[in-house]
Design a protein around this ligand. Structure first.
Ligand SMILES: Nc1ncnc2c1ncn2[C@@H]1O[C@H](COP(=O)(O)OP(=O)(O)O)[C@@H](O)[C@H]1O
Ligand SMILES: [Mg+2]
Ligand SMILES: [Zn+2]
Length: 435
């Protein structure tokens, strides 16, 4: 892509209500544009990042044998009446009537729709297990949409649902999905913990959240200093007793809630940290299949409700989570698996034919090698273009400047901010080595 042709409207101004780094930088760097409260348009850079995250998800879902489907966004309210969730979901569920006065909702999650798709189609234990997923827009009319992509009203979710003939098989699938989720978040370059979540009536370890560790996270986590164990502190307390603005900042807060604050799995101690919930996996059991009368015939020909699991991942929230964990005062720092472009070729002075020639050659070589590359061929000042590159957060910028007359170009590493001099003859090989 040529920067002169690219739609990347960067700006010095952040939205006045933006508090989080991701909200500020994704807006300023021309990734997202707010349309109304909790509604965002994705511009080309954001679309590229989203697509990269989606590809990693598709890849790992294929590895665990989950199959992609796509359910309609608009859902008949009848299904929500059948499951009994229409009232429970409250005002977050956006309802409307069509021209025939039939009630519909905008899907905030798709348990009902997925059960409806499978019931009467999968009728035998022989066709189980089954794991279906989609990556789809969701709508939840959140009371306080805020923090940019972190908590939108319209957002992108990967939601998956599995169907089983036994609790043991659900357990196996749940563990496989936990592993797949860990692989996805690891591949995206994020530091995270899988924590036990409050599973309400289901209990046990039936609900786990994947938390990206970040100070700006909304969730308070207790994590073990010796083993992998972690828990959302909701697990330790009765949610109804929590003040709405509760914010645990010291271990004493947990002590008050639970006298014994040692790790339940080892002799390690629990400490508090904050996280962003990017994924949630949940053993549903037969809640939905019973309500919606979704049954299969077991080995004895007896009708049984499907035993189900549900697996959610916040795709658009992940875009924000990457930046919450990876930014500095100058802007975004994309990880390799999430970067909209890996390499930015900076022509310091476009009037210098030599610089242009070297830049164009490297550009075509990298394109040929399937590297995601952008060339900054704008006539603006070098300082301005560098600021822009740092704000957007390309992992590497190749600077073709004055030193070219001595056969030298530089590679700027966005993360370490180090500049390395490279002989112009070796620049292509050096870039390929880095990425
Ligand atoms: N309002 C939102 N904006 C962006 N992402 C969201 C939003 N609500 C949920 N998500 C993402 O979707 C995933 C699955 O949603 P779910 O667990 O059903 O949501 P919740 O925890 O809010 O009930 C969450 O882990 C989160 O990453
Ligand atoms: Mg959740
Ligand atoms: Zn432990």
């Amino acid at each position: 892509m040529r920067r002169t042709k690219a739609f990347i409207p960067t700006s010095k101004e952040a939205p006045s209500d933006a508090l989080l780094a991701s909200h500020i930088f994704l807006s300023r760097a021309g990734f997202i544009s707010q349309v109304a409260a909790g509604l965002y348009s994705y511009m080309p850079l954001a679309k590229k990042v989203i697509r990269k995250i989606e590809n990693v998800i598709h890849d790992e879902m294929a590895n665990v044998g989950a199959q992609e489907v796509e359910l309609s966004f608009v859902a008949p309210a009848d299904l929500w009446i059948e499951s009994g969730r229409i009232d429970k979901f409250g005002k977050e569920l956006l309802r409307f009537y069509d021209r025939k006065e039939k009630l519909f909702v905008l899907g905030p999650t798709h348990e009902e729709m997925m059960v409806d798709l499978v019931r009467n189609r999968v009728t035998s234990y022989k066709n189980l297990p089954l794991n279906l997923y989609q990556i789809k827009t969701k709508f939840r009319d959140e009371v306080r949409p805020r923090y940019g992509l972190m908590r939108g009203r319209e957002f992108i979710m990967k939601d998956g649902y599995s169907f089983h003939a036994s609790e043991d098989d659900l357990e196996r699938e749940f563990n496989a999905l936990e592993d797949a989720y860990k692989k996805i978040i690891t591949r995206l370059g994020l530091d995270f913990r899988v924590v036990e979540a409050d599973s309400g009536a289901i209990g046990g370890s039936g609900s786990k959240e994947i938390m990206v560790i970040a100070q700006s996270g909304e969730d308070n986590l207790a994590i073990c200093d010796k083993c992998e164990y972690g828990a959302n502190i909701e697990v330790f307390m009765n949610l109804d007793e929590l003040p709405e603005d509760f914010d645990a900042t010291s271990i004493t807060d947990i002590k008050e809630i639970k006298s014994d604050d040692n790790c339940p799995h080892c002799d390690g101690k629990l400490s508090l940290t904050k996280g962003i919930e990017v994924g949630h996996i949940f053993k549903l059991g037969t809640t939905y299949s019973k309500a919606l009368k979704a049954e299969y015939l077991d080995e004895n020909g007896k009708a049984q409700p499907f035993i189900m699991g549900t697996y959610g991942m916040g795709v658009s929230r992940l875009v924000a989570a990457v930046i919450e964990q990876h930014h500095d005062e100058n802007g975004c720092i994309w990880t390799k698996e999430t970067a909209p472009y890996m390499v930015n070729i900076m022509i310091s002075n476009i009037k210098d034919n030599n610089q242009m020639e070297v830049g164009e050659l490297l550009y075509s070589q990298l394109l040929e090698a399937n590297v995601e590359v952008i060339i900054d061929d704008r006539k603006d000042r070098f300082g301005f273009k560098m600021k822009d590159a740092e704000l957007i957060g390309f992992p590497y910028t190749v600077i073709i400047g004055k030193e070219l007359s001595n056969g030298i170009v530089e590679i700027f590493d966005r993360k370490t901010k180090e500049k390395t001099e490279v002989n112009v003859k070796n620049i292509f090989d050096k870039v390929m080595e880095l990425i």
